[in-house]
Ligand binder design. Structure first.
Ligand SMILES: C[S@@+](CC[C@H](N)C(=O)[O-])C[C@H]1O[C@@H](n2cnc3c(N)ncnc32)[C@H](O)[C@@H]1O
Length: 205
């Protein structure tokens, strides 16, 4: 499996970062599901079908999606992150409703049957020469009309330790071949540091 570096600035891999850091100290761990994801689901009235949470980390969004009725696959490169996500799901009583995968999102093979792909903070950590591959993978996972909900650092984040900060135009450029950007919101990553974020909602053409 590719040994991607984490984004804490320590030079550690994702797995090393999860092993070295208490869950509550992970800078992206808000301890709850993402507010923009919740708003999106309300506005779209979506509550069932196959969904992916890519780079699930501690798993609050995967557990939320399962609780809403989605058939969830939660994917993370780090075995320790997947273990955390299982614990989060067990606490929420939805462990049985989630399929967990320790895998590189760039190696996923899709059946084109998912209604939703959610990514809070994974895509923006990938090297720029893999962004096109990521768009291809997500396109393979989703059925036509399926939704990609993507939260990334905004270009407004100063002195970022790793994740790329995006403009709306840069995001559109990555996904325009197979996706239409239907909404983009300037927001934050809820959690201890609250960096500026963009929350993009794409539909597969
Ligand atoms: C910034 S964290 C966000 C975690 C989670 N989505 C959240 O919001 O709490 C990014 C996550 O993506 C995972 N990740 C990074 N690159 C990945 C890849 N190529 N495949 C799968 N997971 C990856 C990391 O292990 C990490 O858990």
């Amino acid at each position: 499996m590719t040994d991607y570096k984490g984004t804490t600035g320590s030079g550690a891999t994702w797995e090393e970062t999860y092993r070295q850091t208490a869950p509550g100290d992970l800078p992206w761990n808000a301890g709850m599901a993402d507010g923009d994801l919740k708003d999106l689901l309300e506005s779209l009235s979506m509550d069932s079908g196959k969904a992916y949470d890519l780079g699930c980390g501690p798993g609050h969004d995967a557990a939320y999606l399962a609780g809403q009725g989605f058939k969830v696959t939660a994917v993370d490169l780090s075995p320790t992150a997947v273990k955390l996500a299982k614990e989060t799901a067990a606490k929420a009583g939805v462990e049985e409703k989630i399929q967990f995968a320790t895998a590189d999102v760039l190696a996923l093979k899709g059946a084109g049957d998912a209604v939703l792909v959610h990514d809070r903070g994974c895509f923006h950590t990938l090297p720029s020469d893999r962004w096109g591959d990521y768009a291809g993978v997500v396109s393979e996972l989703l059925r036509k009309g399926g939704v990609l909900a993507l939260k990334v650092f905004s270009f407004k984040v100063q002195g970022s330790l790793g994740p790329h900060g995006f403009t709306q135009e840069a995001l559109e450029e990555v996904f325009e071949k197979t996706f239409e950007l239907t909404a983009v919101k300037e927001t934050i990553f809820q959690g201890p540091r609250k960096p500026y974020a963009l929350f993009g909602v794409f539909r597969k053409k």
